[in-house]
Design a protein around this ligand. Structure first.
Ligand SMILES: *Cc1c(COP(=O)(O)O)cnc(C)c1O
Length: 381
């Protein structure tokens, strides 16, 4: 992508985020195809993994998704405004005092404690209506979820009131490592809970669980990261279409001499006469400071004109510097865009260089970006 940044988005000259909604629709359809008849939901928490809650959710809805998961009620309300017909689960459960709001907005809490269940049931009794909600059982993650020994108590309590949960669910701790023994242990524990709730739809699989075994699918699968093109399963080729590209504009080109240092702390000195490009993107934009480079340690890389070149020196708040010496006479011009991640460098490879995971890189994209959506319904997916 060598077009001038200025022509695309006025005079912002910050980073540019391109979200390929067509790729996201294809990813949803591909996952739905391998879901062995289970309903394929879409997890759109954290602004749809940084891609934009509303455009992402509309895309999945158009592709066929009807069930959506957000983390918070606020996210659920924003989604309700965009998709009046969606079924929306709130993963973080029911906040104290918020039951009425959930009912008004037709949000389904994923109830993960006895106080949450009691608050929900109180409202149902008060309104004389069984408002739908899911139950979350903790099968070993020790994050949200009812403890397994609470299952029978809860079941009795619900039966007494004639209340049937919409769904029961649990969550894998190690699905990204298919050989991990904890997967089988959690699955067995969840199946024991399912036996206590006969006939109630069940859901266990995130992206990795979905992609690694039919036995994880049950009645609904809950992919997140794979929809956005990220790597769900470690140690395997990622089959998903990349959907997100982050680019930074070149602000200045400069030539430095052997032995000159670059950036804060002068942590990197150039071992040869070098040509540098200063990029208008820094850690305040989600370009992690851990991608910095020093004499002791290589940092992240970016791609320009199809070539991969290194970040040099420390990434600072609004700026970073790359070494373009190896481009030779092929000198880029200020305004030209450089890929931080996208087609040439995957979000997961960049995350590896930053010592983190693609999920964190995607959800950290809160920078001063021009956002661009391509491949969406307007372009005829
Ligand atoms: C985030 C989340 C998912 C989606 O996980 P991915 O790894 O992104 O597919 C599914 N279920 C629960 C409970 C989650 O918190």
């Amino acid at each position: 992508m060598t077009e001038s940044h200025l022509s695309g988005s006025g005079l912002a000259l910050g980073g540019r985020l391109t979200v390929d909604l067509g790729a996201m629709a294809r990813n949803w359809k591909a996952l739905e195809k391998v879901s062995s008849g289970a309903l394929t939901a879409a997890v759109v928490k954290a602004d749809a993994y940084g891609t934009g809650l509303v455009p992402a959710s509309r895309t999945f809805f158009e592709a066929g998704a009807r069930f959506f998961f957000t983390a918070t009620a606020d996210e659920g309300i924003a989604l309700r405004r965009a998709l009046p017909e969606a079924h929306i689960f709130i993963l973080n459960g029911l906040y104290p005092g918020a039951a009425q709001l959930y009912v008004e907005e037709r949000l389904m809490p994923v109830l993960s404690s006895i106080p949450m269940i009691e608050e929900w049931l109180l409202l149902c009794i008060d309104r004389n209506e069984a408002f739908p909600a899911a139950l979350h059982f903790d099968t070993g993650m020790n994050r949200l979820g009812l403890r397994l020994n609470e299952a029978s108590i809860v079941k009795r309590q619900l039966d007494d009131l004639g209340f049937q949960p919409q769904m029961i669910m649990s969550h894998f701790a190690c699905a990204d490592q298919p050989q991990h023994e904890k997967n089988r242990a959690q699955l067995a524990l969840f199946q024991a809970v399912m036996q206590q709730f006969p006939g109630i739809p069940a859901s266990m699989a995130n992206s990795a669980g979905l992609m690694t075994g039919r036995e994880n699918h049950f009645q609904m699968v809950r992919p997140g990261i794979a929809l956005y093109g990220g790597r769900a399963v470690n140690g395997r080729r990622n089959p998903m279409y990349p959907a997100v590209t982050l680019e930074a504009p070149i602000l200045q080109i400069k030539d430095v001499r052997t032995g000159e240092s670059v950036g804060y702390g002068a942590t990197q000195t150039m071992p040869r006469d070098s040509r540098l490009a200063v990029l208008g993107l820094g850690y305040a934009d989600g370009l992690f400071r851990s991608l910095s480079s020093s004499n002791a340690r290589a940092g992240g890389k970016v791609a320009i004109r199809g070539r991969v070149v290194p970040i040099v020196g420390r990434v600072s708040m609004d700026l970073s510097v790359i070494d373009i010496t190896d481009l030779g006479p092929d000198v880029p011009v200020p305004g030209e865009m450089v890929e931080v991640f996208g087609r040439t460098i995957s979000v997961d490879d960049q995350a590896d260089a930053a010592g983190t995971i693609g999920y964190e890189l995607l959800t950290a994209m809160k920078g001063r970006y021009a956002r661009r959506y391509i491949g969406g319904p307007a372009e005829g997916i």
